[in-house]
Design a binder for this molecule. Structure first.
Ligand code: NAD
Length: 298
């Protein structure tokens, strides 16, 4: 292990990810617009930079963990992140962003004489804190190999998915499956309720039959069958509904752009946007079962 890591975006995910790198022995120079988050990162052993550009200068690898594509592109193109880095620096964007934005970020990094990977994550804040994230990466194999020790320090698994943008593509396809399957499981529980079927009976059957899926067996949307699922703690996240709405929105954009007839994906995106805007802002995405129950008048 060697090298200096610049880390920009020290929020819910970036904070614990930067801390994992420090624990693994890396020197991490960090920056966030929010002074309190930067201070917490410093408590975890990160060295504070005065700006994002300063975090990138002198780094071998620069990791970004930002809200959306516009933040990544603004930092890359206008806020000096690429310009201040030494030639050949590897830029690893772990944010979840549009596939087209990820490809544009790659192009900007390469045009500035650097290397780039998109490497979004699955596993949430719990995975970031425990260092058990899954990374899905897009870019050249040699750049993936260069990033792998860092990804291993922050996560449990890293998959090279293909060329630039492939990591984001894998992420939104996976989360489209997840969003649709959570709605399917929730509708089945509400239908079961209307038919007088207990939650436990439906769970016992479906979890060992062909209805089996992560949304049922790990993140079960009704309290009881899976101790520890968000339903058992008032739907405290977990994976917050607005993040699911965001990821499904990215999937819907990509489906429209590619002319893909992803009817359930588009419907799931609308349902999660409505849920997040109504009562779901601070709720786990499995809380959508309550919206379905309400709309069913039960
Ligand atoms: P967050 O809002 O907590 O963190 C983002 C941080 O970026 C903020 O602290 C913000 O101040 C900082 N930031 C924004 N612009 C900046 C700039 N120009 N310079 C420096 N800092 C800047 O978000 P999060 O929950 O950590 O999520 C980050 C990314 O990870 C998102 O793309 C999200 O979709 C993705 N993600 C989140 C989760 C999750 O469970 N939270 C799970 C998987 C993926």
């Amino acid at each position: 292990m060697s090298g200096v890591v610049g880390f920009v975006g020290l929020g819910h995910m970036g904070g614990p990810m930067a801390a994992s790198l420090v624990k693994a022995g890396y020197r991490v120079i960090g920056y966030d617009l929010v002074p309190g988050l930067l201070a917490s990162a410093v408590d975890a052993g990160v060295e504070a930079a005065a700006s994002a550009a300063e975090a990138a200068s002198g780094a071998d690898v620069v990791i970004t963990m930002l809200p959306a594509g516009r933040h990544v592109l603004a930092l890359y193109r206008e806020e000096g992140l690429l310009a201040s880095a030494a030639p050949g620096t590897l830029f690893v964007d772990c944010s979840t962003i549009d596939v087209a934005d990820a490809r544009a970020a790659h192009e900007a990094a390469l045009a500035a004489g650097h290397r780039a990977l998109d490497a979004p994550v699955s596993g949430g804040v719990v995975g970031a804190e425990a260092g058990t994230l899954t990374f899905m990466a897009g870019g050249e194999a040699t750049d993936f190999a260069r990033a792998e020790p860092l990804l291993s320090a922050m996560g449990r698994k890293a998959v090279h998915c293909g060329a630039a943008g492939s990591g984001q593509a894998a992420k939104i396809c996976n989360n489209m499956i997840l969003g649709i399957s959570m709605i399917a499981v929730s509708e089945a529980f509400v239908l079961g309720e209307s038919l007088g079927l207990s939650h436990q009976a439906l769970f016992d059957v479906a979890s060992t039959a062909s209805g089996q899926c992560w949304a049922l067996t790990v993140n079960c949307p009704v309290p009881g069958p899976v101790p520890g699922s968000p339903a058992g703690r008032g739907y405290a996240p977990g994976f917050a509904a607005p993040l699911m709405a965001k990821d499904l929105g990215l999937a819907a954009n990509a489906a429209r752009a590619g002319g893909v007839d992803a009817e359930l994906g588009l419907r799931a995106a609308r349902m999660y946007t409505e849920f997040a805007d109504a009562e779901g802002a601070d709720r786990d995405f499995s809380g959508i079962v309550r919206a379905i129950r309400e709309r069913s008048g039960s």
